[in-house]
Design a protein around this ligand. Sequence first.
Ligand code: ADP
Ligand code: MG
Length: 264
Amino acid sequence: MPNSASAEIRDRGDLLQVRALSKSFGGHRAVHAVSFALQAGAIGGLIGPNGAGKTTLFNCLAGFMKPDAGDIVLGGVSIAGASADRIFGAGLARTFQIPRPFPEMTVLENVMVAPTAQLGERFWANWLRPGQVSLQEQHTREAARHWLDFVGLGELERQAARVLSGGQRKLLELARVMGAHPRLVLLDEPGAGVNPALLDQIVDKVAALNRQGTTFLIIEHNMDLVTALCDPVMVMAQGELLVSGNADTVLADPRVVEAYLGVA
Ligand SMILES: Nc1ncnc2c1ncn2[C@@H]1O[C@H](COP(=O)(O)OP(=O)(O)O)[C@@H](O)[C@H]1O
Ligand SMILES: [Mg+2]
C-alpha cells in the first residue's frame, strides 16, 4: 500500500513524475520535497487543508512559478523551471482556483483565448486584430464552440463573461483548456462555489474526457467529487505529501484526519 511520504515512482506508464519538489517563500516552505507519480489515463486527487501548498505545487507544475529544487517529468521530459507557454505546449494545461475570465469579452471569445492568457493580455492582443478573419481564427472559433457545447454553455456564447456564475466560470475554464487537447489537465478546486447540479455536470464532463484519454490531477475539497473521480488521492499538509492511496484508504487514515483537525 503506497502510504509513505514519498510515493513510489514507477518508470513505466507514468505521464507525470514529481521528484523531491520544493518551493519556499522567504523562509516559509510552501512545498517541501514532494514526490509522486501519476499514470497516463488516471484522475489523481490532491487534497489537504488550506495553506497545505496545493496551489503552489500546481503553479510549479504549470510553469507559473519556478521550483527551488526537484524535478518535474512530463512524458519522460523534464519541464521543471520551463515557462508556462512551453509547458502548455508540451501538453500540460491548468485551470485557476479563482477563474478570471475577461469580463467584457464574450463567453466564446474567452474560450478562443490561449489558456495561458491569465498571465497577461499580450495573448489576446495577438489574435484580436481588426480586419480579416483568418482561416485559423475560423477554426479556433469552431473548436471553441465545440467545447462550449460540450460543457453546456453553448447557448451563452454571445453573453459577456461577467454574467456567468461561479460554477459556469469553472465550466468555461474547462472548455478553455480542453481546446488545446492537453495530455494532462490540472484543475484547481473545480467544485468550489459550484451548486450541486453544476457539480454533477463537472464530474460527468471530467469522467467523459478521461474516458477519451485525458489525464487529470484535481485539487478539491468536495469529498463527493474526490471519491467519485480520483484514484490515487494524494494528501498534502504543511507543504509535505502526507499520504497517498485510494480515496477510502486516505480518508480513513488517522494522519489525514489529524491534518484537517490541526487547522480547524
Ligand atoms: N505567492 C506567494 N507568496 C508568498 N506566500 C505564498 C504565495 N503563494 C502561497 N503562499 C503561501 O504558501 C502556503 C501554501 O499556499 P497554497 O499553495 O496557496 O496552499 P493551498 O492551495 O493548499 O491552500 C501558504 O502559507 C501561503 O500563504
Ligand atoms: Mg489553493
